[in-house]
Design a protein around this ligand. Sequence first.
Ligand code: FES
Ligand code: FE2
Length: 355
Amino acid sequence: MSFVLNSWYVAGWSEEFADGLIPLEITGQRLVLFRDTGNTLFALEDRCPHRLLPLSKGKKIGDTVQCGYHGMTFDGSGACVRVPGQDNTPERANVRAFPVVERHGIVWVWMGDPSLADPATIFDIPEMCDPAWHMHHGGHLTIRAHYLNVAENLVDPAHVSFVHPTTLGNAASEDVPVHVSTSGDVIRAWRWIRNAPPVGFFKEFGGFSGHVDRWHYYDLHLPSTAVIDFGSIDSALQCSEDDRDAGVRIFAIHFVTPVNENLTIDHWMHLRNTAAEKSAGDQIDRLLEMAFEEDKAILEAIHEEEQRPQTRRPVRIAIDKGPTVYRKRIRERIEAEAVEHLGEPVAPVFLDVTQ
Ligand code: FES
Ligand SMILES: [Fe+2]
């Protein structure tokens, strides 16, 4: 398995979970999400402990979920509160509950050991609450690809010149070296392209026509949230690396959620330090959507090829520093979790809960 489980993953935007029972899959585990009458969101394993019917095929009744086969009923904590045909509600007939937190209109679910779920570790950046910045939820991309390939693409500025030649990149950046550094759980890859014509995005959004200095900082927060800080500023201003707020600066944020080994959902949003009006957010959506479709096409084609027999190992080149560090760190996290799980008891075949 290639998933980090002890982590918060984005299940979607809050408004997507308005009503009913919503089935989802994250890290190969199926969930059903629902709100109780007080509007609190819960996530349960989407599988009745009796005959394994997904609970999402049942009914929401008040604050509970009733299985659609024989009516066993569960509350938001996963506890069984009713078994039709018997008086007791056995503790062991429960379903697993996954911790859920909503913040900035984003729904996060913890997929690993619930005792380790700490909301303080949910991704957050000060600009999300800063009135000088404008936050805009974008959409989501469903990509038939492995999440490691999707996340790796988000710590890889070198692809921009080739995959996005008319939107985010141009030929001026083809041979500009990429720098990589790591600090804690963040891997950063970045580069500046100085004194070059503006790319399509900043011609249209920033209104630049003369030469600009352009930057791309890709911060990948383990396991799979990426913040891409990109922007442009008039080259005549000789902007220093730390003074990017003086230019037109945008953060594109990607929450990469592994659905399973073959499917990934990338919820994306953006923040900008300019143009408060909502139409600017919609304009950025349109420009980014074009670029993200370009990434999706590449990633799906790679995934398809990866399913075919391999005859040699892929080569690594100089620009791969970010992706290489990323994969190594993910491997370490997965190995650490595997060690933690050694010694779990073997599951019994069934539990008798009739008394
Ligand atoms: S399968 Fe759910 S109650 Fe029987
Ligand atoms: Fe891209």
